[in-house]
Write a protein that binds this ligand. Structure first.
Ligand code: NDP
Length: 328
């Protein structure tokens, strides 16, 4: 495919412009693997870039899309050959290097993993960075000994991409999941994913006291700010909270009380630069611990020409679960 379509964000005097452009292979950035992209996705970070609501783009013009899946067209990388199905999450793709909202991509082969056996390309993108981050969070809870018998797990931003996948994985693993959401209308959706209890996110979004009545053994927090502070203040002694997001804010107006009086642990997850082995491990677990029916229930599919609107919807909090972009 010498000519192909891509979504491009370009800088203008009064902000930025987003549109579909036709490009040639020579327009792509450097890399040792050329991929015919079949699917991508719209993550929170992609939506920030496309809407211009966050300073995500580091090189102009940019093709957004932090995730992609496709077939190798040509490669000089030792691990990959023509015809291989490959998957990419993160590594600054869609920020400083052209991303997955494009029918062709040229990338560094070290950023890729083989498409895991047991996942279709569309399923891999329904998982995407959001779902893979959820699994990294679950692995952190497990590594701290937070097993289902220890108590409930709270998931904040539960109806979003990371939250939806986290609810489904934790429920399948036997945890009792408390889903915190601002959308009461999504209660049935969250229960179908496996949530045992739904709480209104307003319960957690106001300034936190240093300590509150313990409610859960652990948490996966997509929201940050006061919400994370409240989650910490309500965590059982020796519990663990994994922080991965900032939907409410980047601040953390908390105190040391949960750490020094209850030995609560706060662990961070950064999916962008996780090493190859950890990525492969996370995807092996996603294949076994996330039901295909749940993946389908949380995914909406759009074509390239609907990506910009999807990004605005996501920023406005109107997207449930995950968005898959079909590029073929
Ligand atoms: P989504 O937009 O799909 O979900 C975010 C959810 O957060 C919303 O659906 C909403 O859930 C909740 N939310 C939104 N605004 C607020 C608010 N003001 N106060 C409280 N809750 C709010 O995004 P993702 O799930 O894809 O990403 C979630 C977060 O995780 C983002 O901040 C993203 O940047 C981060 N992230 C981090 C990664 C990492 O490697 N650390 C990787 C991937 C994402 P509800 O409607 O249920 O209330």
């Amino acid at each position: 495919m010498d000519k192909f379509n891509a979504l491009q964000i370009s800088k203008t005097d009064d902000g930025q412009n987003v549109g579909i452009v036709e490009l040639g292979l020579d327009d792509l950035m450097e890399g040792d693997v050329m991929i015919r992209v079949s699917h991508s996705t719209v993550n929170y970070k992609d939506a920030l870039a496309i809407t211009g609501k966050g300073r995500i783009v580091r090189s102009w013009p940019m093709i957004p899309g932090a995730d992609l899946v496709g077939i190798v067209e040509s490669s000089s990388h030792a691990k990959y050959k023509t015809g291989d199905a490959v998957l990419l999450n993160g590594w600054g793709v869609g920020e400083g290097h052209f991303g997955g909202h494009s029918q062709m991509a040229r990338v560094n082969g070290d950023w890729l993993i083989p498409l895991p056996a047991g996942l279709t390309p569309a399923q891999a993108m329904a998982i995407g960075t959001a779902g893979y981050t959820s699994m990294l969070c679950v692995l952190e809870l497990e590594s701290r000994g937070i097993t289902p018998d220890k108590g409930d797990i709270v998931v904040t931003g539960a109806a979003g991409g990371v939250g939806s996948v986290a609810v489904a994985i934790l429920a399948k693993l036997g945890y009792r999941v408390i889903a915190s959401t601002g959308r009461a209308s999504e209660a049935d959706y969250l229960k179908n994913l496996g949530a045992a209890e739904i709480i209104d996110r307003n319960e957690l979004s106001k300034p936190a006291r240093p300590l509150a009545k313990p409610r859960w053994a652990g948490g996966i927090d997509c929201v940050g700010s006061h919400t994370l502070a409240n989650v910490l203040a309500m965590t059982n002694p020796r519990g663990t909270v994994v922080a991965c997001g900032l939907a409410q804010g980047m601040d953390l107006p908390s105190s040391v009380a949960p750490f020094i009086l209850r030995a609560v642990a706060l662990i961070g997850v950064d999916s962008v630069t996780e090493p190859y082995e950890r990525r492969v491990q996370a995807y092996e677990r996603l294949v076994t611990d996330l039901d295909a029916s749940k993946i389908e229930a949380m995914a909406t599919t759009v074509k390239l020409d609907a990506v910009e609107k999807a990004a605005h919807d996501l920023m406005d909090g109107n997207v449930r679960g995950r968005i898959v972009v079909e590029l073929d």
